[in-house]
Design a binder for this molecule. Sequence first.
Ligand SMILES: *Cc1c(COP(=O)(O)O)cnc(C)c1O
Length: 476
Amino acid sequence: MARMSVQDLLRKLPGVDALLQMEPLQEALTRHPRKLLLESIRHVLEAKRKSILGQEESLHEADLEPPRLVQLILDRLRQISGHTLRPVVNASGIVIHTNLGRSLLPEEAVERLKILCCSYNNLEYDLEKGRRGSRYVHAEAILCELTGAEAALVVNNNAGAVFLVLNTLAAGKEVIVSRGQLVEIGGSFRIPDVMRSSGAILREVGCTNRTHPRDYESAINEATALLMKVHTSNYRIIGFSSEVPLEEMVALGRKHGLLVVEDLGSGSFLNFAPFGLQGEPTVQETVRGGADIVTFSGDKLLGGPQAGVILGKKELIGRCKKNPMTRALRVDKMTLAALEATLRLYRDERLAMERIPTLRMITTPLPVLEERAHRLASLIGEADTRKALQIKVQSSSSQVGGGSLPAQNLPTYVVAVRSHRMSTRKIELFLRNNTPPIIGRIESDLFLMDVRTLQPNELPILQQAFKDILSKFKED
Ligand SMILES: *Cc1c(COP(=O)(O)O)cnc(C)c1O
């Protein structure tokens, strides 16, 4: 363009007060605090000033016209006044997606949260005795009922559970653990680091791929506090490998008078073998197998809220409860309410499968997924009136995620989309910036949406998002 001078451009930029008087911004003031609007105006003006002073090639005079600035100000206002934690549509096919909030709560748990959080409750009040009680009794009864454990304690998460158990039972002493089980659990958190921070001294035994009973046995000495087994939930060593089964560790522990602790990671209450998923020991089996302490997460395969569950002998759980760190790791009434409501569903296995979203998604039959994929494909097809998209249904595989059942892919159907009008990367970006954001994945230059993790009411959201993308095509 025939460029105006920097001075002229700067002069063209309206002032804060002039902008504030504009109709759309006056209207925005009825819905937003003045402070946020002013901050948005200043932000946009400052950005434009920078572009002018930097003599940016991409800057056009029209960008400095008030209507264009007003649009940017409203965008900024929306951005800074919105919630940062928002719902997203999970089309990734990873059921327990830690980055997307892990498990969806069953409606029964949400109902219970509503009831208990809008009302005073007996969180720490013993209604029979009329005096102070313990918050830990609430989930404990149902946990013991379902698992056969003597006692239970619920803390903030499973990392907290492992920490508390070792800090209580092994601080300053040795914990014998297999090298093959020193796992990183994501976000660069490593189980051995959590274990060490408890004050326990790790005695690593065996090799990465193989550990034998004699490896544990020869490491036992008078400083040994316990034998620890960590369920290698997010990876699997295949080929020439062996782990010592829990039963043998228990026998070894008994022989030497040592406790055996198992960190199960996921903590499944149901046997998933009938659904083609092998190798996830259930919590009940582990308790029956004789582990003195078992720990697991509340929001992985259990399908409840974030929590760490510790099950075990009454005397040991009692010691954990007395540890001052229990206070630092303690759970809120919301966690206890949601956990208890989720656990109650497990009294009837069929009900649990139906009502707990994590279980429902993992066990959805393939024909149901196929039908859902075709429905989604035709909804997107309806939005694509000008045939700018290539849309097809193809088979693929989902993952349980959350470090559960690694290397076990669940057969599924995905809707695959690409366009000659827009790169697949751009489609991904556009959907990720949708309201609500839609998270899928790119494979072989196709944008894939796995229907396993889509909720029934989300299909129209995807259709609308594609309508919006397609209207972009018309502009260019
Ligand atoms: C996931 C996991 C943990 C951590 O559980 P959080 O509830 O995320 O704290 C610990 N141990 C194992 C084996 C795990 O898989």
